[in-house]
Design a protein around this ligand. Structure first.
Ligand code: MN
Ligand code: MN
Length: 387
């Protein structure tokens, strides 16, 4: 076969082949071509990739889906993606009226609404209660141990939940129905000051997600609270924040400074235009857990000691960057790339390679990299780009 360019070398009859210049060879199969197409940088890594780096990608499409009356839920945790020890994620759908039952857990729960609207309820240990409706681009955060519920409104909803422990499991939360089932009815009667027979109709199994009628207007669902309104609301309009507009895209940052309830999870909502790139950077505070919402991109993670590995991501994928490792995210598609960066931290922080070099004496930078005057001049201009 006549080789015309590296790009042509990658294809045979329209099927990508693991060939890079004079290296590699065709893959006659068996092979999973749809997966190879989704992961071109795994099939044929750039020549700069080197060494052994653990897997940094897992798609919700590969996660067990728990189907219930009223909706479904699936999770990407340290069991699916072992490197992801700091945070775990759940993707959940609630049909109109579908309820994620009243429950609590040991981890804080941060959430981003992807589709539709939901009513959320919660209380805090001081007796404040909270009932609110959230829509696309809104967040909620329930601190660890605080009880809460979620219910789909007229159009139902789909959302991403993020928990501040990689070993969290959505299937091991403390459920209201389960507690009633595991408590002697005599004890229930004594606790509530009623008769044992009054509990004859409680459900005989845990509910978890169940179908219920769509609730009435928000005002009709408010519970009067003698303590007054919650001082630090559990919800926040992330997409309504004015974005930081940068060359190639935008970013919205939400952490405990503008959303005090999110005291353990910081987030950035990043948009990268076609041809744009989330610049080379790293994070000085913790690992990064990513969720891809729209578009497609690729990321190379630099792990020091000569190691680097490149991954491709699309909507529904989870990405991960271990603490302090350098990385970029390039839009490899022809539509806007949208993703969330999440950190187990009370604040968002990153170190930009551009900014670092722009703020370092040029002679010192030059002594390291032997860059030409054009690059040195470009460096000076880039004091604070994030994208
Ligand atoms: Mn929860
Ligand atoms: Mn990052």
């Amino acid at each position: 076969m006549q080789k015309t360019s590296q790009q042509d070398n990658h294809q045979m009859n329209g099927v990508p082949q693991p060939i890079r210049g004079h290296e590699g060879g065709t893959d006659p199969g068996p092979r999973n071509v749809p997966l190879d197409r989704q992961n071109p940088d795994i099939l044929t890594p750039p020549s700069t990739d080197a060494g052994t780096i653990p897997n940094l990608k897992f798609s919700f499409s590969m996660a067990h889906n728990r189907l219930q009356p009223g909706g479904w839920a699936r999770e990407v945790t340290a069991r699916e993606l072992p490197i992801a020890t700091t945070l775990a994620g759940v993707n959940m759908r609630l049909n109109p009226g579908g309820v994620r039952e009243l429950h609590w857990h040991k981890e804080a729960e941060w959430a981003y609404m992807l589709y539709g609207r939901a009513r959320i309820t919660g209380i805090d240990p001081n007796g404040y209660n909270f009932v609110d409706d959230v829509g696309v681009g809104d967040l909620w955060n329930f601190p660890a141990g605080y009880p809460h519920s979620i219910q789909g409104l007229e159009e139902g909803c789909e959302f991403l939940l993020v928990f501040d422990n990689g070993t969290f499991s959505e299937n091991e939360t403390f459920l209201l129905s389960d507690w009633f089932l595991r408590t002697p009815k005599e004890v229930l009667a004594k606790n509530f000051g009623v008769e044992v027979e009054d509990f004859a109709s409680i459900p005989s199994h845990e509910l978890y997600i169940f179908q219920s009628p769509v609730p009435g207007p928000l005002a009709s669902d408010q519970v009067s609270d003698p303590v007054g309104p919650l001082p630090r609301p559990f919800s926040h309009h992330m997409l309504a924040q004015e974005p930081l507009r940068l060359k190639g895209g935008t970013v919205r940052i939400t952490d405990s400074t503008n959303f005090p309830a999110a005291s353990t999870i910081a987030a950035a909502f990043v948009e990268v235009e076609p041809g744009g790139m989330r610049e080379l950077h790293w994070h000085p505070n913790n690992d990064e857990w990513q969720y891809y919402i729209e578009g497609q991109g690729r990321m190379t993670v630099f792990a020091s000691t000569g190691k680097a590995r490149t991954f491709d991501y699309q909507a529904g994928d989870v990405g991960y960057v271990p603490f302090a490792m350098g990385h970029y995210i390039e839009n490899t598609g022809d539509t806007t790339l949208r993703f969330l960066e999440m950190f187990k931290s009370d604040h968002y922080a990153d170190v930009s390679l551009n900014q670092w070099l722009a703020l370092t004496p040029p002679e010192l930078v030059q002594a390291h990299l032997n860059l030409n005057p054009t690059v040195m001049a470009a460096l000076r201009k880039q004091k604070r780009p994030i994208v």
